[in-house]
Each structure stands twice: as C-alpha cells, then as structure tokens.
Design a protein around this ligand. Structure first.
Ligand code: PBG
Length: 326
C-alpha cells in the first residue's frame, strides 16, 4: 500500500522528546490566590462547598500567608467579609474596612507580595447587589462614585493592584481617573472586563454571603450565550485604561479567552471560579478523578487558551505540584 501520511508520533517517543516540543507551561508566578478575609476574631471557617478554602480573620492571616509565601506564590486577591452590611456597602470604602486592614497587614509583613484588591460592593451591601439600588434597579453612575472611593481607600491601604469586578459601565474609566486624582497614577487596574452572569459563582456567594436578595445579576453581568459582546467589553476596558483584562469564569469560556488574547494587547487573566473548583473537589473526594492530573491539565489548558495569569483556588496545590515536578 502506498499511503501518504505524517508521522506525528516521532516527536512523542520519549519523555525528553516530548519535553523538547512542549509549547505551554504553568509557572507558580502565573498563579493568583484568592483569600476571603473576615472581620472578627479567631475565625477559620471552611466554606462547605469549597473544601480547603476558608473565611479567615486577621489573626489567622499570618499562617495562611506564610504558607502562600513558602510555596512561592507571589500574588493574592483579597475579598472582604464585613460584620455589618448596609444598603450602600459602606464597609467596602471604609478606611478601616476588612480588606484595607488585611492589605496593611500583608504589606507590612510581606512587602514583596502583590496584593490585589477586589473592588465591588456585593459583599458589603445588605441586598447583595454590586451597586446602589433604586426602584429595584442597580444604578450605574451613582454606583461608580462608591466604587472609586473603594478603589482609592484600597490603594491608600497599600494595595498593589485594583481589580474592579462590579460590571457597571465605565468603572475602569472612573477608577483610573479617581486613582490618578488621588495620586495613585502608578497603581494598575486589573479589570474584570469580561464577566458572565454565571451559575459557577454559587459557592463564592456562600463564601462571601453575597447572594442577591432579589433578582439576579443579568442586568449587569453578561449573557453566557454571547461572544461578540465580550469583544465590546474588552475593547471598552482597553480604551478606558485597564492594565490587565480578566475573563471569568474559566473552563466554559476558553474560546473567549482566545478571542480576547488575539485582539487585545494586554496581559490576560482568567478567573477559574468557585464552582469550577467545587466540581473538581467533589469528584476528587469521591475518588472519581485524579485531582492532581485534572487540576494541572485544566490550568495548563487555560494557559494554552491564552491566559497569561490564572486566579485560582487551586493555587497552593498547583504550586506544590509544580515544585515536586522540578
Ligand atoms: C464580586 C465577585 C464575584 C466573584 C468574584 N467577584 C461574585 C459575583 O459576581 O457574584 C466570583 C468568584 C468565584 O465564583 O470564585 N462581584
């Protein structure tokens, strides 16, 4: 028989041959670890749907940070869980809010660690929405003012990067202008530019107690069916002065990551969200999957799809596994 075909298996023959042609790598430097800091004393509460992830009060932050640092992780993303919530989310922009205090604590003890502050109101409002409410609607422009105040107070506390996740229109422009005016021209904005209204945030809302008390987030977060709209969001945030763009969630949106990567010349970040983590953990606990192999394949797949950085609850485990491989 005179068959014509290519012999791809030539380059797969041995571990060293495979290493020679490997295209994508997961590095510990790519990983951003989210931490939920809770106001109060002696809180170390495991989130039931997220095994291994805790709400931590400041007095437990040191042990967590020591572990993060010893694993070689260089950046953390802070979410706050205040004691008191109100209609305007005052604890988000209070100079002694929990994220501000946690930022000061981390920067004093671990000055080289990059602290990224999530800038949103939903963890701080009693109605659980990401902005101010009037007549059952989330107000856009009035919410921007509070988000700017939040960002500035986080920068004052020492945050290295501001990460607005609220999906109000113009939040990047408003926060960039607010930071500049307050003298924080050097603080970058990592914008959750492309954020879908996703059921994968369910466990996070348990963790942050931020489930909307009425309605849903579909009037500000994006419709999972849409692809072209993601490019409009990404282009707006580029124009408004973002320094990084986040696509969120991760796994079901890798096509969007690739589109954004091909079009927008900024570092692209993927958020491997709570529901994705919970699914892996649940399957692993049942013995149905090999957790290490699944996580490393998922995270490497995210890099291949075009994300430069990955926000992930698996960060500590992945860092450990990367170390073991070396
Ligand atoms: C705040 C915010 C959310 C997440 C990150 N920032 C929740 C939401 O929009 O409902 C979700 C992260 C996760 O699921 O891991 N707006």
């Amino acid at each position: 028989m005179d068959l014509q075909f290519n012999r791809h298996r030539r380059l797969r023959k041995s571990p060293n041959m495979r290493a020679l042609i490997r295209e994508n790598f997961l590095r510990t430097e790519d990983l951003i670890y989210p931490i939920f800091v809770a106001e109060g004393d002696d809180i170390k509460r495991e989130i039931p749907s997220m095994p291994g992830i805790y709400n931590l009060s400041l007095d437990h932050l040191e042990e967590e940070m020591n572990e993060v640092v010893s694993l070689g992780i260089k950046s953390v993303l802070l979410f706050g869980i205040p004691k008191e919530k109100d209609a305007c989310g005052e604890q988000a922009y209070h100079d002694h809010g929990i994220v501000q205090e946690a930022t000061r604590f981390i920067k004093a003890k671990y000055p080289e660690i990059i602290v990224i502050a999530d800038t949103c109101l939903c963890e701080y409002t009693d109605h659980g929405h990401c902005g101010l409410i009037e007549n059952g609607e989330v107000l856009n422009d009035a919410s921007l003012e509070l988000l700017v105040q939040t960002a500035v107070s986080q920068a004052k506390a020492g945050a290295d990067i501001i990460a607005p996740s609220n999906m109000m229109d113009g939040f990047t422009a408003a926060i960039r202008a607010g930071l500049d005016e307050a003298g924080f021209e050097d603080i970058p904005v990592m914008s959750y530019a492309v954020k879908y209204a996703s059921a994968f945030y369910g466990p996070f809302r348990d963790a942050a107690d931020s489930t909307p008390q009425f309605g849903d987030r579909k009037a500000y977060q994006m419709d999972p069916s849409n692809r072209m709209e993601a490019m409009r969001e990404a282009e707006s945030d580029l124009m408004e002065g973002a320094d990084f763009l986040i696509v969120k969630p991760g796994m079901p949106y890798l096509d969007i990551v690739r589109d954004v990567k091909n079009t927008i010349n900024l570092p692209i970040v993927i958020y491997n969200v709570s529901g994705e983590y919970s699914m892996v953990k649940a399957a692993a606990q049942n013995g149905w999957i090999d957790e290490q192999k699944i996580v490393m394949e998922m995270l490497t797949g995210m890099k291949r799809a075009g994300s430069d950085l990955i926000i992930t609850y698996h960060a500590k485990d992945a860092a450990r596994w990367i170390k073991e491989q070396d």
